[in-house]
Design a protein around this ligand. Structure first.
Ligand code: ARG
Length: 402
């Protein structure tokens, strides 16, 4: 029997969203249409579609958004040197507004009255999905079954068994979310912040004792803030990021161990593998230092951290993001050139940079005698530079004595 009401569900293939299919169908007597957006999670996405239909979805969409993800979400984040709390490259966060926009697109196409996702009430993703969906289409109802039913894992398994949902053997104790920009790892032993994350948590990053004994060098070419070449060879966006994940990961580079402040107020222990992201942001920051003035750099740091905060907190569509992008894009006009990184057993370090817009002037910087920097001017500079400090210090000292 075909039902008239339709609900579009973001489907990952995991237990939560599988249970969602049945639960939504029963509760709302609606047809469930599942959507999986490929942002480079490297899972068997064909199988996931089949599973959705076996459980009871009337239709499944698999949308390949890898290129769009890298071009329109990851690249702007490189321009913004986006690291939430100075550490996390926003891999999961960046994918959410994109997935949300696809859900809305399908819901509109299918004439669905609601969009559902499998997030619980404790994380950031619920906020990112819902803020974006509601902004894009205020008429759509948003449902978060997992937040509503509040099942424990055991209850969830019981429900699944009772409803004929095949339970796939759990691949690991961790909760994983991955895409081209990184792999987020939570749960299991990682919940104790005092405990070192076990080796089994990592898939993209080689343990240091297995990393090559010789350093690898990789040269990244940027144009207007966007990476376009690796070792002089032009690469398409998806290929560029995948290649760097591979090269850096092989050298043990990519692990981030982070005490993170979630939007909902919880501190959590999050572990990530983001080999390409760490290298690209480090290289990009370095190139900016070569071509931007100190005033631009100083101000951009403030803008960059605001950008990361906005994206982390689910406000991709807030006009402020566009405003920040306008400033950032203007600074990126001159961020073109090459950056060479040395990778060795978990270390990554910029060891060379060049740009046609370089502000580095050897004639000014050199300690050799040929410098055109007139040192005699320094004396007067120091007089004026230190004037306010000297005045204040002398006043305060006098007051102390009195
Ligand atoms: N803490 C990160 C964020 O909010 C990652 C969340 C990833 N979720 C997961 N199931 N591991 O963006």
């Amino acid at each position: 029997m075909k039902l008239t009401d339709k609900i579009v569900l973001a489907y990952s293939g995991g237990l939560d969203t599988s249970v969602c299919i049945k639960w939504l169908k029963e509760k709302f007597m609606a047809d469930i249409i599942t959507v999986t957006v490929d942002v480079g999670q490297k899972e068997n996405l064909e199988e996931i579609g089949k599973r959705a239909q076996q459980i009871g979805a009337i239709k499944h969409y698999l949308i390949d958004s890898k290129e769009e993800f890298v071009k329109d979400y990851v690249f702007p984040s490189i321009k913004a040197n986006a690291l939430y709390e100075s550490k996390y490259p926003l891999s999961t966060s960046l994918s959410r507004p994109l997935i949300a926009s696809k859900l809305v697109e399908i819901a509109e196409k299918e004439g669905a009255f609601a969009v559902a996702h499998g997030c619980t009430g404790k994380g950031n993703d619920q906020v990112r999905f819902e803020v974006t969906i509601k902004a894009l289409n205020p008429k759509l109802k948003v449902m978060a079954p997992a937040r509503e039913w509040n099942f424990s894992r055991e209850q969830e398994i019981k429900y699944a068994k009772e409803h004929g949902i095949k339970i796939e053997p759990k691949k690991s104790v961790f909760s994983i979310d991955q895409n081209l920009w990184g792999r987020s790892i939570e749960c299991g032993p990682i919940e104790d912040p005092e405990v070192e994350p076990p080796l089994e948590a990592f898939e993209w990053t080689k343990p240091l004792n297995e990393a090559p004994e010789e350093a690898s060098y990789v040269s990244i070419g940027f144009e207007k803030g966007v990476p376009i070449t690796i070792n002089g060879e032009e690469k398409k966006p998806v290929e560029l990021v995948s290649n760097l994940n591979q090269i850096a990961g092989m050298n043990g580079v990519g692990i981030i161990d982070h005490i993170e402040d979630r939007l909902v107020g919880i501190k959590s222990h999050e572990v990530y593998e983001c080999p390409a992201a760490l290298c690209l942001i480090e290289a990009h920051k370095d190139l900016e230092k070569l071509v931007l003035t100190r005033h631009e750099l100083f101000f951009k740091e403030i803008i960059d951290s605001q950008w990361a905060w906005l994206v982390y907190s689910g406000l991709w569509l807030d006009p402020l993001k566009k405003d920040l992008d306008a400033f950032i894009n203007s600074t990126q006009e001159r961020v073109s050139g090459n950056v060479r990184i040395k990778l060795y057993k978990g270390n990554y370090r910029v060891v060379g940079r060049s740009s046609p817009y370089s502000l580095y002037d050897m004639n000014l910087a050199t300690y050799g005698i040929s410098s055109k920097f007139d040192q005699s001017l320094a004396q007067g500079f120091i007089e004026l530079w230190g004037l306010p400090t000297r005045v204040a210090y002398s006043m305060l000292s006098k007051m102390k004595k009195e």
